[in-house]
Design a protein around this ligand. Structure first.
Ligand SMILES: [Zn+2]
Length: 604
């Protein structure tokens, strides 16, 4: 409860360096250096969310770019605690002269049993001690600044404006942390946001363009974040360690970071943990070293080093610790495949799981036919035991919870390695873009099964069965009624972000229609071009739509306009309930609905 209901904590920065506009006049007689800094340097933005955002508007931090992160856990698996020496080293590049900057870190939670309970011991910038404090987020775009004294500027809500018991007309500063999935979604609207912004004030301002390192030392118990839909994500306690699965925002429940999808540093992990435990992280395993007994680890410890040369988005950082059985295999093309299962899973189930895990290379090769070359040097799966309510596409180390894996979802999560992981959404309101692609992978899997049954991929009957399956799935989805079409995929509330048809089936069906509109070859070409252009980075909705538009076979003004309408209808429109006329009225050739082209093959 400590952080959650607090009133605003106003940051006091080093005298003369942090100046809101109103303070400039008062500094007119300061020394020339101080004057220069006060005019040219300022605090970094404490959010990356656009103004008006109601999906996790508290996350992300501006004024710098995240380049590399070294995670150095010192973790006692028995007590589930980070010990002294535990730290992260963040290497960033300033994009402005910074008097202060922020990180996201939920060190305490209202969830007293499974939430985090950590404290920051020290913060240094370029090796020199820095000031730090925790503040509440302010709604993005607040004209009164990041230290707005108005308590209404720091409230949680599912929607914009906040509403709530006091009819707050301002946008929300954070998304509610619902205690469970059965409480009313709007029950926390209008409550104060917790102080999860870690504001760091370096001893001297950081010049624009310079690369700097921030080291945060912290100890205590990592935990889970209570999400806007009442589920939890983050560091789940396992009997023998921790299981990390964190979408959308709970990396900050086990480490301080720039917690926004577009912040994609590369990673090194050097984790010292209780002897006998295995560490699983992104990228490839570099080394394992046993350490003798120490005061902190009377039974000895072991240090695991993992390295990810590819940048990793905020919600895809993996760092589980436990009694995992880990194997590594190198495929003919050089890709490393890691497989890990918790030894707490009964042996019989582990064997069943392994048979599915062993499909990963084959699935990767199948999905490569659509997406192009696999983007990373390794891939992997971990099956853990905690009952997390979802599976997740952690980069190169897909997490399955509850001791089980299934093939359908492995196709889904593996597809995310291209869509979400390599090409990341530009914000939470684009979650539909990558979930739609991963849902498409499930459709493709079912089409593949039908294809195999009908004679395989090289037989005309097999190919016909593949296509017929996709058409059948589209038509089934397009026939949906009730509330299926009532939320615009690009404008969900936190409560429905990971459960609604708007995030999964609707954009998945849209991609099937798009494949019919562009032609199968062009659709594949478009996907591969997007991977080449935006891989390792992120993509916005206009960029995504423009990339597909380039592959329209009929590139008239009328067809371009119709494709633009297609995207608006499928991605951006909330329809009244019922289906029928209340659903997209542009589909694709060979599919139910009005199609796309006219009888002459044009779009007039
Ligand atoms: Zn997904």
């Amino acid at each position: 409860m400590a952080g959650r209901w607090r009133r605003i904590t106003v940051t006091t920065a080093s005298a003369g360096l942090v100046l809101p506009a109103a303070g400039l006049a008062a500094q007119a007689h300061a020394s020339p250096v101080a004057s220069y800094l006060s005019v040219h340097c300022s605090a970094g933005a404490r959010t990356l969310a656009p103004p008006g955002s109601h999906l996790y508007p508290d996350t992300g931090n501006g004024g710098y770019t995240s380049l590399h992160t070294l995670v150095h856990l010192v973790y006692d698996a028995k007590s589930n605690k980070f010990l002294p020496g535990n730290q992260v080293v963040l290497t960033d590049r300033a994009t402005q002269c910074l008097t202060s900057f922020s990180l996201d870190f939920e060190r305490t939670s209202a969830n007293a049993s499974a939430g985090p309970d950590m404290s920051v011991q020290s913060v240094t910038v370029n090796g020199r001690p820095a000031g730090f404090t925790f503040v509440q987020p302010t709604y993005p775009g607040d004209p009164h600044g990041q230290n707005d004294p108005n308590p209404a500027a720091h409230e949680a809500s599912q929607t914009n404006p906040v509403g709530g018991p006091h009819h707050n007309p301002l946008p929300p500063a954070c998304s509610p942390e619902l205690r469970n999935t059965s409480v009313p979604p709007d029950s926390l609207d209008g409550t104060q946001c917790p102080a999860n912004k870690l504001v760091v004030t370096p001893p001297v301002p950081i010049r624009s363009g310079s690369v700097f390192t921030v080291t945060v030392g912290y100890t205590g118990r990592p935990g889970v974040h209570n999400d806007g839909d009442g589920t939890t994500e983050g560091w789940f306690r396992a009997p023998d360690g921790g299981f990390v699965t964190t979408e959308p925002v709970a990396s900050e429940d086990w480490m301080p970071l720039n917690d926004y999808p577009v912040a994609k540093p590369t990673y090194d992990f050097s984790d010292t943990v209780t002897a006998g435990r295995t560490v699983l992280a992104n990228g490839a395993l570099v080394s394992v070293k046993r350490n003798p007994a120490s005061g902190e680890f009377p039974g000895g410890s072991v240090t695991w080093n993992w390295h990810s040369p590819a940048p990793v988005a905020s919600y895809l950082v993996e760092d589980s610790v436990g009694t995992y059985h880990l194997t590594e295999r190198v495929a003919d093309n050089g890709t490393k495949y890691f497989e890990a299962q918790d030894l707490g899973i009964p042996a019989k189930q582990r064997k069943k799981n392994l048979a599915i895990m062993n499909l990963q290379q084959n699935i990767t090769e199948f999905e490569s036919q659509f997406n192009g070359t696999y983007p990373f040097t390794s891939d992997g799966v971990v099956v853990g035991t905690p009952p997390a309510s979802f599976e997740e596409e952690m980069q190169t180390m897909i997490t399955f919870a509850g001791g089980f894996i299934n093939t359908d979802i492995l196709y889904h999560e593996n597809m995310h390695q291209w869509w979400g992981d390599n090409v990341t959404e530009s914000g939470y309101n684009m979650t539909f873009f990558k979930e739609g692609m991963a849902t498409l992978a499930e459709f493709l899997y079912h089409a593949r099964l039908a294809e195999d049954k009908a004679g395989g991929p090289y037989s005309p009957k097999g190919q016909a069965a593949f296509q017929a399956t996709l058409v059948k799935i589209f038509n089934l989805i397009y026939a949906s009624k009730s509330t299926f079409w009532t939320v615009a995929p690009s404008n969900p509330e936190p409560v429905g972000l990971f459960s609604g048809s708007s995030t999964y089936d609707r954009p998945g069906a849209a991609y099937v229609a798009l494949r019919q509109i562009l032609g199968h070859g062009n659709f594949t070409q478009a996907m591969q071009q997007i991977q080449r252009t935006y891989g390792g980075s992120h993509i916005t909705e206009p960029e995504l739509e423009a990339a597909f538009a380039q592959w329209l076979p009929v590139r008239t003004t009328a067809c371009r306009a119709r494709l633009s309408q297609f995207f608006t209808q499928w991605f951006d429109t909330a329809y009244p309930a019922g289906g029928g006329q209340h659903r997209p009225q542009i589909t694709g050739p060979g599919l139910d609905g009005p199609g796309f082209y006219n009888a002459g093959g044009g779009c007039s």
